[in-house]
Structures are given as C-alpha cells and as structure tokens.
Design a protein around this ligand. Structure first.
Ligand code: A3P
Length: 336
C-alpha cells in the first residue's frame, strides 16, 4: 500500500489539468474492479488492466510525444507481438543489418530480444521509468503497444502515425495467455477454468479482446493505408507474403534483386519460431521489462502453432467463446 501511495504521489506530481482527473480516477474507488488474475484488475476507460498498467497508460497519454514517422506495432497480448516485432525490425533495418550475405551473422536479432529492439510505449511502467528513453530513439521509430486504439495518445492519430495491428484466433489467445500467466508471475497460478471464465467475460489483460481488435479494425476500415490489419493464422500460412506486405507498408518494398536473392525467405527464417526460440537470448535469462516484475525470456516462446486450443478447450468452451466473439464482431466485417 505504501508503494502504491508513493507511485500515486509521483503520478500526481507530473499530471496537471485534465490529467489530474485521471490520477484521481485511478486512485478512487469509482473504477469497477474484478479479482482472479495476479492482482485486482480495474476497468479503465472500458479496458481491463491492473492499476499500475492503468497509471502507465494514463502517463503515456499525457506525456508520450509521437512523431509523424513513428510506426506502431499494436497487439492484444499473446497474439504474436514478439514475432511481429522481429519481422518489422528485420524488414525495416535490412539495409543496416543485412539478413543475407556478409554481416548476416551479426544480426541484432541473434543476440537481442525482439522486445528490446522494439520497445513498448507503455512499458516499463512509466511511473517507474520515464519516457525519455523513447525520446532518445532516432526516427523513424518502431514502437510496440498493447493499448487499445481508443486509449492511444490522441496525437498518434492526429499526426497520421502508421499502425500495424496483429490479431489472432481468440481460442488460441486464451490458451497462450493462461500458459504465460502461470509461467511469468512469481507465486501466481490460475486454474484454466477460472482464466477461461474471466477471458470470456472480457476481463483479461487489456481486454475485452473483442473491443481491442474492433478498435483497430474500425480504424483500418476507415484508413486502410494507415492501419494495416494482419492475422496470426494468415501470417503462419504465408509468412513470405506478409513480409512483402510489411515492407510495402513500411515504404521499403523489396527490389527484384532482393526477391531473387531470397531476402524475404531469409527474413521469415530468421524470425521463425524455430530460429528465435532456440537462440540463447530468447531461451535463457530473466529480464524485468515491466517494472518490478522479472520475466523469463523463454516465456514468450511456447509452441507457436495455430489451433493448439483443440488440445485444451472442451467442445462446450469452444462454442461458448466462438458465440461471444461472433456476437461482438457482428456487423463489423471482421472475421477470423
Ligand atoms: P503460443 O503460446 O500459442 O505458443 P506474444 O508475442 O504476443 O506474447 O505472443 C506469444 C505467442 O506467440 C506464443 O504463442 C508464442 O509461442 C508465439 N510466438 C512467439 N514467437 C513466435 C514466432 N517467431 N513465430 C510464431 N509464433 C511465435
């Protein structure tokens, strides 16, 4: 409680005006809460997260300074963030860091986690570590976020920053989330039935998942050239096609020469689950990228398969989640 109060004091000291209301809201008992995950979750502007994440999001909204050439990689947690970060990094940095020929053996992805090469805007929790590290990055920046679209700092849209959103079959997401949470939070474990119930009710980290994907989907429909909407399962089926699509979106399309040299295939191979998960940097060690919450690097790599939900969900559970998703996405044009 003392630590929480200290955090609150720090947040209060940097927020002014309208933001002060946010800090009051965050410390108040007005927010809806729910138990079950590792700590109490609050419903912050329609999105479930723990109170510290909400403080971080609030600070980012108040203080993050976007640039018009920023590209955001937005995901709901466990939808393939690590993969997307690796692909985007490899594609956009291929002139500095070639993936074929001389120099390929020194590629940063061989020794650094995709999460360190492409930082999250809202992590480490910004009341613990300020945003200065992001300001110091050279343009154009590649940045990750789990924030739902409606909570992004308004300037992101005003400036026309481009966004890549990666979606995944929610039945696979709930399985991945459950495994991840049982691995990463020290001393915390949750029964699968309980995790499933919370997820289906919409109460999961940055949930409900349907609001998360719909926010980005609707923006994609409105501005398809600015918001690219990808699906994990499609990317698994045709990774090279997606690498090509990403390069075009990042305005660094592959030349015929690169295509002939097999650069696209090499990006796919370098960023594949098989390759990344076996690297020392991703298979060992513990790093705190959140703030007082060290996590095993290996926790970000489990199976990397489509349809693993078949091994866990009963028919009844699968039907229940499918029905909820179908109902929530109805009329949006978004399908799996
Ligand atoms: P599973 O738990 O189903 O295996 P995130 O990166 O958003 O945390 O998502 C993690 C999920 O992506 C995990 O799914 C993980 O195994 C999978 N993943 C990690 N790296 C991957 C890669 N290079 N290719 C495909 N899937 C990957």
């Amino acid at each position: 409680l003392a630590a929480m109060a200290q955090v609150q004091l720090e947040v209060d000291s940097v927020l002014t005006g309208e933001e002060e209301d946010e800090s009051l809201l965050l410390s108040s008992s007005k927010l809806q809460t729910r138990e079950g995950w590792w700590t109490t979750f609050v419903l912050y502007h329609g999105c479930w997260m723990d109170r510290e994440a909400a403080m971080s999001v609030s600070l980012v909204r108040a203080q993050f300074v976007p640039r018009d050439d920023d590209v955001l990689l937005a995901t709901y947690p466990k939808c393939g963030t690590t993969w997307l970060k690796a692909l985007a990094f490899a594609v956009t940095n291929r002139f500095r860091h070639p993936v074929v020929g001389a120099g390929a053996g020194d590629h940063p992805l061989l020794t650094q986690s995709p999460h360190d090469l492409v930082p999250f805007i809202e992590l480490p929790f910004r009341h613990i570590q300020p945003l200065a590290a992001l300001d110091a990055l050279p343009s154009p920046r590649l940045l990750g976020t789990h924030m739902p679209h409606h909570l992004l700092p308004p300037r992101v849209n005003e400036l026309g920053c481009r966004i890549v959103y990666l979606y995944r079959e929610p039945k696979d997401v709930v399985i991945s989330t459950w495994h991840f949470m049982n691995k990463v939070i020290d001393g915390f474990s949750i029964d699968f039935d309980k995790a499933f119930e919370l997820f289906v009710d919409g109460c999961s980290p940055f949930g409900p998942i349907w609001n998360h994907c719909l926010g980005y989907w609707n923006k994609h429909v409105e501005e398809p050239d600015r918001v690219l909407f990808l699906k994990y399962d499609d990317m698994m089926a045709d990774p090279a096609g997606h690498v090509k699509k990403l390069a075009k979106f990042f305005r660094v399309p592959f030349t015929d020469e690169e295509v002939h040299a097999g650069v696209m295939e090499e990006v796919v191979r370098l960023c594949s689950f098989e390759k990344l998960s076996r690297l020392l940097v991703n298979s060992s060690g513990v790093v705190d990228r959140v703030g007082e919450r060290p996590m095993k690097n290996s926790a970000f790599f489990r199976k990397g398969k489509v349809g693993d939900w078949n091994n866990y969900l009963t028919e009844e559970m699968a039907k229940k989640l499918d029905a909820v998703i179908e109902e929530k996405l109805k009329g949006s044009g978004l399908t799996l």
